[in-house]
Design a protein around this ligand. Structure first.
Ligand SMILES: NC(=O)c1ccc[n+]([C@@H]2O[C@H](COP(=O)([O-])OP(=O)(O)OC[C@H]3O[C@@H](n4cnc5c(N)ncnc54)[C@H](OP(=O)(O)O)[C@@H]3O)[C@@H](O)[C@H]2O)c1
Length: 411
């Protein structure tokens, strides 16, 4: 894999994205999820600053419609076409436009708003987010699977359209805040912190019997189900390493992971002079969300303030790649490049969904990802996708193989 462009560097513009005091119009892809509702919480606290243009959900019409009414959205889109009538009903008596289906989702992203929060979970968010990037939008990216699944293709679109990409993931947002783009050559390492998830101290036998409820019970962060399971397997940290590779233009060997159970330091950058710059904060996504929404200035966010005296201790440990093979698989996929990250992401989405549906055990998730990647490689699926169609083809293939493996392992 060649060195990536540095999207954050690319975006280090000095001037505000929106001139003057006009409210910033926003499109919120995935408004009903954890990131989506936190984003609207920020909007609710500073209504003069933002105007909600478009909101989208997958199927949660009730919440989508109530958000659209509360924030005076112009358009509300539900991805599931069967939910169109429900959405239309729920919005009756308003002049909010209702729409449904994948085309409508892309159309929402293509609207001429100032800021797009990409907060759909999984590769399902790729096409609308790419649509926003292709029109040169300012895109705040929570949906890390876009970059994992379609890294080079996605960044090419960003670069070509001169779009702005702002990292929302707390680790990448932290790096974005402390990365001295003017001193890129002096960057030694980017160190992503990981909480270690709910099973940090569990042995493999105990993890084998873990339930979905235990896996989603994250010790520090409140998040959607998929990313919570990814945090329990440490797949999330692996996806983030791949995301960081694409965002920050460093070599794979410059990316490190350290387990930091308190989730106070959100990530660090070390420099050749021995300095290590870190961003700290309470584990509350409203801080990085607000950072992207106000960027390049800052705005108030209601996240609890850090009380370091009360926290007293910050601890660190190396990640255990034997107990958490998902992280090892991500590092290997990043090293091999080509089709591997797309296949890994697809297989993981299938594995996590099957685990949440109690079809497979917790340890089966990583096993299915590993087996999917080795089967795909033995079918000659190794070349990097050169465009969206190839990404989608690889994604479908990875899912099909993983589904077969789920069926074979079904309990
Ligand atoms: N939560 C966090 O703290 C956090 C932190 C860092 C990064 N992220 C990243 O942010 C993204 C969102 O995470 P989340 O925790 O907010 O997820 P979430 O709570 O599960 O919300 C996902 C959102 O995407 C929508 N959605 C799901 N499947 C869809 C589909 N096929 N088509 C269109 N929309 C779909 C959901 O709609 P419905 O409600 O209708 O299902 C919902 O609005 C993920 O990529 C995650 O890795 C999250």
């Amino acid at each position: 894999m060649s060195a990536a462009i540095n999207a954050a560097q690319l975006d280090a513009r000095e001037e505000p994205v929106v001139a003057g005091d006009a409210p910033r119009s926003i499109c919120l892809l995935g408004s009903t999820g954890s990131i989506g509702t936190s984003t609207l919480d920020i909007v609710a606290r500073d209504r003069d600053r933002f105007q909600v243009d478009a909101l989208t959900a997958n199927s949660n019409v009730e919440l989508l419609a109530s958000q659209a009414r509360e924030f005076g959205a112009r358009v509300a889109v539900v991805a599931d076409p069967d939910k169109y009538a429900d959405l239309k009903d729920a919005l009756s008596g308003t002049d909010i436009e209702a729409a449904a289906g994948p085309d409508a989702l892309r159309e929402a992203a293509a609207r001429d708003n100032d800021f797009v929060m990409a907060a759909i979970v999984g590769a399902a968010g790729l096409e609308p987010t790419l649509t926003a990037a292709k029109r040169g939008a300012c895109v705040a990216l929570a949906n890390k699977e876009c970059l994992v699944s379609a890294g080079t293709v996605f960044l090419e679109a960003v670069r070509k359209a001169d779009a702005t990409l702002l990292p929302v993931d707390s680790e990448h947002n932290a790096i974005f805040q402390v990365l001295e783009t003017e001193n890129h050559e002096a960057v030694e390492k980017i160190i992503l912190t990981a909480s270690g998830g709910p099973f940090r101290t569990w042995d493999k036998d105990r993890m084998a019997a873990a339930t979905p409820a235990e896996a989603v019970a994250h010790p520090n962060w409140s998040m959607g189900a998929k990313i919570s399971v990814d945090s329990a397997t440490l797949m999330n940290k692996g996806l983030e390493v791949i995301e960081a590779f694409y965002l920050f233009g460093v070599e794979t060997g410059q990316l490190d992971v350290i387990v930091h159970p308190q989730s106070v330091i959100h990530s660090m950058v070390s420099y050749t002079d021995g300095s290590v710059l870190a961003q700290l904060g309470s584990p509350d996504m409203r801080t990085p969300i607000a950072h992207t929404m106000a960027w390049p200035s800052r705005m108030a966010a209601p996240s609890p303030r850090l009380d370091l005296a009360e926290i007293a201790q910050l601890t660190f440990e190396a990640p255990d790649l034997e107990r958490f093979p998902a992280l090892r698989l991500c590092l290997a996929a990043l090293q091999s490049g080509g089709a591997a990250p797309t296949l890994l992401n697809a297989a993981n989405e299938v594995g996590v969904a099957a685990f949440l549906a109690e079809k497979i055990g917790f340890l089966d998730i990583a096993a299915i990802v590993e087996e999917t990647m080795s089967r795909a490689a033995s079918q000659g699926l190794t070349a990097a996708p050169s465009g969206l169609d190839e990404v989608l083809m690889l994604d479908r293939t990875g899912r099909a193989i993983a589904e077969e493996l789920v069926t074979a392992r079904r309990r």
